[in-house]
Design a protein. Structure first.
Length: 286
Protein backbone atom coordinates (compact mmCIF):
# COMPACT_ATOMS: atom_id res chain seq x y z
CA UNK A 1 0.00 0.00 0.00
CA UNK A 2 1.18 3.51 -0.80
CA UNK A 3 3.09 5.43 1.84
CA UNK A 4 0.74 8.07 3.27
CA UNK A 5 3.37 10.03 5.23
CA UNK A 6 4.32 12.53 2.52
CA UNK A 7 3.79 16.07 3.79
CA UNK A 8 4.72 17.71 0.46
CA UNK A 9 2.62 15.37 -1.70
CA UNK A 10 -0.14 16.51 -4.02
CA UNK A 11 -3.57 14.87 -3.85
CA UNK A 12 -4.92 13.21 -6.99
CA UNK A 13 -8.56 12.12 -6.87
CA UNK A 14 -9.41 9.51 -9.51
CA UNK A 15 -13.12 10.17 -9.93
CA UNK A 16 -15.11 7.12 -11.02
CA UNK A 17 -18.54 8.14 -12.28
CA UNK A 18 -21.56 7.70 -9.99
CA UNK A 19 -19.52 6.83 -6.90
CA UNK A 20 -19.95 9.94 -4.77
CA UNK A 21 -17.09 11.86 -6.33
CA UNK A 22 -18.93 15.15 -6.86
CA UNK A 23 -19.42 15.48 -3.12
CA UNK A 24 -15.76 14.71 -2.48
CA UNK A 25 -14.67 17.32 -5.05
CA UNK A 26 -16.81 19.88 -3.22
CA UNK A 27 -15.23 18.98 0.11
CA UNK A 28 -11.77 19.64 -1.33
CA UNK A 29 -12.88 22.89 -2.95
CA UNK A 30 -14.32 23.98 0.38
CA UNK A 31 -10.92 23.41 2.00
CA UNK A 32 -8.75 24.76 -0.81
CA UNK A 33 -10.74 27.27 -2.90
CA UNK A 34 -7.64 28.64 -4.66
CA UNK A 35 -5.57 25.48 -4.83
CA UNK A 36 -7.70 22.48 -5.81
CA UNK A 37 -8.46 21.79 -9.47
CA UNK A 38 -11.36 19.47 -10.40
CA UNK A 39 -10.82 18.86 -14.11
CA UNK A 40 -13.89 18.87 -16.32
CA UNK A 41 -15.16 15.71 -18.05
CA UNK A 42 -14.50 15.94 -21.78
CA UNK A 43 -16.99 13.34 -22.94
CA UNK A 44 -19.37 10.65 -21.75
CA UNK A 45 -16.63 8.30 -22.99
CA UNK A 46 -14.22 9.49 -20.30
CA UNK A 47 -12.52 6.09 -20.06
CA UNK A 48 -11.18 6.25 -23.61
CA UNK A 49 -7.48 6.99 -23.98
CA UNK A 50 -7.96 10.22 -25.92
CA UNK A 51 -9.82 11.77 -22.99
CA UNK A 52 -7.12 11.21 -20.37
CA UNK A 53 -5.08 14.04 -18.89
CA UNK A 54 -1.76 13.31 -20.56
CA UNK A 55 1.66 13.86 -19.06
CA UNK A 56 2.36 16.77 -21.44
CA UNK A 57 -0.89 18.51 -20.60
CA UNK A 58 -0.28 17.99 -16.88
CA UNK A 59 3.15 19.61 -17.25
CA UNK A 60 1.60 22.66 -18.89
CA UNK A 61 -1.13 22.88 -16.29
CA UNK A 62 1.13 22.62 -13.26
CA UNK A 63 3.84 24.85 -14.62
CA UNK A 64 1.27 27.65 -14.49
CA UNK A 65 -0.38 26.53 -11.22
CA UNK A 66 2.43 25.03 -9.13
CA UNK A 67 0.74 26.03 -5.86
CA UNK A 68 -2.22 23.64 -6.15
CA UNK A 69 -2.52 21.07 -3.37
CA UNK A 70 -4.58 18.68 -5.45
CA UNK A 71 -6.40 17.85 -8.65
CA UNK A 72 -8.83 15.24 -9.85
CA UNK A 73 -11.63 14.24 -12.16
CA UNK A 74 -12.80 11.71 -14.71
CA UNK A 75 -9.77 12.44 -16.89
CA UNK A 76 -6.94 11.57 -14.49
CA UNK A 77 -5.33 8.14 -14.62
CA UNK A 78 -3.23 6.52 -11.86
CA UNK A 79 -1.03 4.70 -14.37
CA UNK A 80 0.19 7.98 -15.92
CA UNK A 81 3.32 9.22 -14.14
CA UNK A 82 2.02 12.65 -13.09
CA UNK A 83 4.75 12.81 -10.46
CA UNK A 84 7.24 13.68 -13.19
CA UNK A 85 5.00 16.50 -14.42
CA UNK A 86 4.51 18.00 -10.99
CA UNK A 87 7.91 17.25 -9.47
CA UNK A 88 6.22 16.12 -6.25
CA UNK A 89 4.98 12.81 -4.87
CA UNK A 90 1.27 12.14 -5.28
CA UNK A 91 -1.27 10.64 -2.92
CA UNK A 92 -3.82 8.92 -5.15
CA UNK A 93 -7.31 8.47 -3.75
CA UNK A 94 -10.62 7.19 -5.11
CA UNK A 95 -14.06 6.01 -4.01
CA UNK A 96 -15.68 2.80 -5.21
CA UNK A 97 -19.36 1.91 -5.22
CA UNK A 98 -21.12 -1.44 -5.43
CA UNK A 99 -20.73 -2.11 -9.18
CA UNK A 100 -24.36 -3.10 -9.73
CA UNK A 101 -25.66 0.07 -8.09
CA UNK A 102 -23.01 2.19 -9.83
CA UNK A 103 -23.87 0.77 -13.26
CA UNK A 104 -27.61 1.34 -12.79
CA UNK A 105 -26.95 4.88 -11.60
CA UNK A 106 -24.68 5.48 -14.61
CA UNK A 107 -27.45 4.31 -16.96
CA UNK A 108 -30.03 6.55 -15.29
CA UNK A 109 -27.68 9.53 -15.28
CA UNK A 110 -27.05 9.18 -19.01
CA UNK A 111 -30.69 8.64 -19.86
CA UNK A 112 -32.52 10.95 -17.45
CA UNK A 113 -30.02 13.71 -16.71
CA UNK A 114 -27.82 13.81 -19.82
CA UNK A 115 -30.89 13.00 -21.97
CA UNK A 116 -29.06 10.39 -24.06
CA UNK A 117 -31.56 8.20 -25.87
CA UNK A 118 -30.31 4.83 -24.64
CA UNK A 119 -32.42 1.73 -24.62
CA UNK A 120 -31.52 -0.53 -21.72
CA UNK A 121 -30.41 -3.22 -24.15
CA UNK A 122 -28.12 -0.82 -26.06
CA UNK A 123 -26.56 0.38 -22.81
CA UNK A 124 -25.97 -3.20 -21.69
CA UNK A 125 -24.30 -4.00 -25.01
CA UNK A 126 -22.01 -0.95 -25.02
CA UNK A 127 -18.59 -2.41 -24.23
CA UNK A 128 -17.10 0.98 -23.41
CA UNK A 129 -19.32 1.02 -20.32
CA UNK A 130 -18.50 -2.49 -19.13
CA UNK A 131 -16.21 -2.96 -16.09
CA UNK A 132 -15.90 0.80 -15.94
CA UNK A 133 -13.87 1.06 -12.72
CA UNK A 134 -11.36 -1.58 -13.83
CA UNK A 135 -10.77 0.27 -17.08
CA UNK A 136 -10.43 3.63 -15.30
CA UNK A 137 -7.81 2.29 -12.91
CA UNK A 138 -5.85 -0.06 -15.18
CA UNK A 139 -6.29 1.55 -18.60
CA UNK A 140 -7.58 -1.77 -19.91
CA UNK A 141 -9.77 -4.66 -18.81
CA UNK A 142 -7.03 -6.16 -16.64
CA UNK A 143 -8.25 -7.01 -13.15
CA UNK A 144 -4.83 -7.82 -11.73
CA UNK A 145 -3.39 -4.56 -12.99
CA UNK A 146 -6.28 -2.64 -11.42
CA UNK A 147 -5.69 -4.41 -8.10
CA UNK A 148 -1.99 -3.60 -8.34
CA UNK A 149 -2.73 0.08 -8.96
CA UNK A 150 -4.99 0.26 -5.92
CA UNK A 151 -2.70 -1.65 -3.58
CA UNK A 152 0.63 -0.10 -4.63
CA UNK A 153 -0.13 3.45 -5.80
CA UNK A 154 -3.18 4.53 -3.82
CA UNK A 155 -3.07 6.11 -0.40
CA UNK A 156 -6.77 5.53 0.11
CA UNK A 157 -9.75 3.79 -1.51
CA UNK A 158 -13.08 4.70 0.05
CA UNK A 159 -16.46 2.98 -0.17
CA UNK A 160 -19.49 4.98 -1.24
CA UNK A 161 -21.86 2.89 0.87
CA UNK A 162 -19.73 3.75 3.90
CA UNK A 163 -19.21 7.34 2.82
CA UNK A 164 -19.03 9.08 6.19
CA UNK A 165 -16.78 6.45 7.70
CA UNK A 166 -14.59 6.64 4.61
CA UNK A 167 -14.20 10.39 5.04
CA UNK A 168 -12.79 9.92 8.53
CA UNK A 169 -10.44 7.22 7.27
CA UNK A 170 -9.43 9.37 4.29
CA UNK A 171 -8.43 12.26 6.54
CA UNK A 172 -6.36 9.92 8.67
CA UNK A 173 -4.67 8.21 5.72
CA UNK A 174 -3.82 11.53 4.05
CA UNK A 175 -2.30 12.74 7.30
CA UNK A 176 -4.26 16.02 7.22
CA UNK A 177 -5.98 16.19 10.63
CA UNK A 178 -7.35 19.70 9.98
CA UNK A 179 -9.10 18.71 6.74
CA UNK A 180 -12.74 19.83 7.00
CA UNK A 181 -14.76 16.81 5.85
CA UNK A 182 -18.24 18.18 6.52
CA UNK A 183 -20.44 18.25 3.44
CA UNK A 184 -23.78 18.67 1.75
CA UNK A 185 -24.72 15.85 -0.61
CA UNK A 186 -24.06 16.72 -4.24
CA UNK A 187 -25.40 15.24 -7.50
CA UNK A 188 -27.15 12.31 -5.78
CA UNK A 189 -30.90 12.80 -5.49
CA UNK A 190 -31.43 13.73 -9.15
CA UNK A 191 -31.31 10.10 -10.28
CA UNK A 192 -32.14 8.17 -7.12
CA UNK A 193 -35.86 7.87 -7.86
CA UNK A 194 -35.17 6.32 -11.27
CA UNK A 195 -33.22 3.42 -9.82
CA UNK A 196 -36.33 1.54 -8.64
CA UNK A 197 -37.44 0.99 -12.24
CA UNK A 198 -38.87 -2.59 -12.36
CA UNK A 199 -37.06 -3.24 -15.64
CA UNK A 200 -33.72 -2.59 -13.93
CA UNK A 201 -34.61 -4.81 -10.99
CA UNK A 202 -35.71 -7.84 -13.00
CA UNK A 203 -33.72 -11.04 -12.49
CA UNK A 204 -32.74 -11.15 -16.16
CA UNK A 205 -31.41 -7.57 -16.14
CA UNK A 206 -29.59 -8.04 -12.85
CA UNK A 207 -27.86 -11.15 -14.23
CA UNK A 208 -26.80 -9.29 -17.37
CA UNK A 209 -25.46 -6.37 -15.32
CA UNK A 210 -23.39 -8.79 -13.26
CA UNK A 211 -22.00 -10.37 -16.43
CA UNK A 212 -20.82 -7.07 -17.93
CA UNK A 213 -19.34 -5.94 -14.60
CA UNK A 214 -17.74 -9.19 -13.47
CA UNK A 215 -14.27 -7.64 -13.18
CA UNK A 216 -15.58 -4.62 -11.29
CA UNK A 217 -17.43 -6.88 -8.86
CA UNK A 218 -14.25 -8.78 -8.08
CA UNK A 219 -12.27 -5.55 -7.78
CA UNK A 220 -14.84 -4.13 -5.38
CA UNK A 221 -14.67 -7.26 -3.23
CA UNK A 222 -10.87 -6.95 -3.20
CA UNK A 223 -11.15 -3.41 -1.81
CA UNK A 224 -13.76 -4.41 0.78
CA UNK A 225 -11.88 -7.47 2.01
CA UNK A 226 -8.22 -6.57 1.53
CA UNK A 227 -7.62 -2.80 1.48
CA UNK A 228 -10.41 -1.16 3.45
CA UNK A 229 -9.97 -3.27 6.61
CA UNK A 230 -6.38 -2.03 6.85
CA UNK A 231 -7.55 1.60 7.08
CA UNK A 232 -10.10 0.64 9.75
CA UNK A 233 -7.46 -1.19 11.77
CA UNK A 234 -5.03 1.74 11.60
CA UNK A 235 -7.71 4.20 12.73
CA UNK A 236 -8.37 2.30 15.92
CA UNK A 237 -11.25 1.31 18.13
CA UNK A 238 -12.82 4.79 18.32
CA UNK A 239 -14.00 4.71 14.68
CA UNK A 240 -17.68 3.91 15.30
CA UNK A 241 -17.91 6.60 17.96
CA UNK A 242 -16.20 9.15 15.70
CA UNK A 243 -18.55 8.31 12.82
CA UNK A 244 -21.63 8.82 15.00
CA UNK A 245 -20.28 12.15 16.24
CA UNK A 246 -19.43 13.29 12.72
CA UNK A 247 -22.88 12.37 11.36
CA UNK A 248 -24.63 14.30 14.11
CA UNK A 249 -22.49 17.39 13.52
CA UNK A 250 -22.78 17.12 9.74
CA UNK A 251 -26.58 16.84 9.74
CA UNK A 252 -27.14 20.60 9.42
CA UNK A 253 -23.85 21.57 7.77
CA UNK A 254 -23.88 24.04 4.85
CA UNK A 255 -20.92 24.82 2.61
CA UNK A 256 -19.48 28.31 2.90
CA UNK A 257 -20.96 30.61 0.25
CA UNK A 258 -17.86 32.80 0.42
CA UNK A 259 -15.55 29.86 -0.27
CA UNK A 260 -17.77 28.80 -3.16
CA UNK A 261 -17.50 32.31 -4.59
CA UNK A 262 -13.70 32.26 -4.23
CA UNK A 263 -13.51 28.88 -5.94
CA UNK A 264 -15.67 29.98 -8.89
CA UNK A 265 -13.47 33.05 -9.33
CA UNK A 266 -10.34 30.89 -9.27
CA UNK A 267 -11.77 28.47 -11.79
CA UNK A 268 -13.40 30.78 -14.30
CA UNK A 269 -10.85 33.59 -14.12
CA UNK A 270 -7.89 31.26 -13.67
CA UNK A 271 -7.31 27.75 -14.85
CA UNK A 272 -10.63 27.21 -16.67
CA UNK A 273 -9.48 29.13 -19.74
CA UNK A 274 -6.28 27.13 -19.86
CA UNK A 275 -8.26 23.93 -19.46
CA UNK A 276 -10.44 24.86 -22.45
CA UNK A 277 -7.34 25.38 -24.57
CA UNK A 278 -5.85 22.07 -23.49
CA UNK A 279 -9.13 20.28 -24.15
CA UNK A 280 -8.95 21.26 -27.81
CA UNK A 281 -6.12 18.77 -28.16
CA UNK A 282 -8.63 15.99 -27.46
CA UNK A 283 -11.06 14.66 -30.01
CA UNK A 284 -14.36 13.84 -28.31
CA UNK A 285 -16.12 10.76 -29.58
CA UNK A 286 -19.80 10.97 -30.56
Amino acid sequence: MANHTKPDAKICFVHIERAGGTTLHTIFRNNYPFSYMPLSPRSIWANEDDHALTLNHAKKLFSLFPFVVGFGGHTVRPYIDYETAIGKPIQYITYMRNPIARYISHYNYHRNIKKIDWSLNDFLNEKRLHNFATKRLAGCFDLERAKEQLSQRFTFVGLTDRFDESLLLLRAELGIPKLNIFYEKQNASRVAHYEKDPELQSAETQLRIKEVNALDIELYEFVKKELYPQYVKRFGSSLDQEVAKFQEENRTYKFSKVRRMYWRAFRYLGYRNLEIVLNKYFTAKP
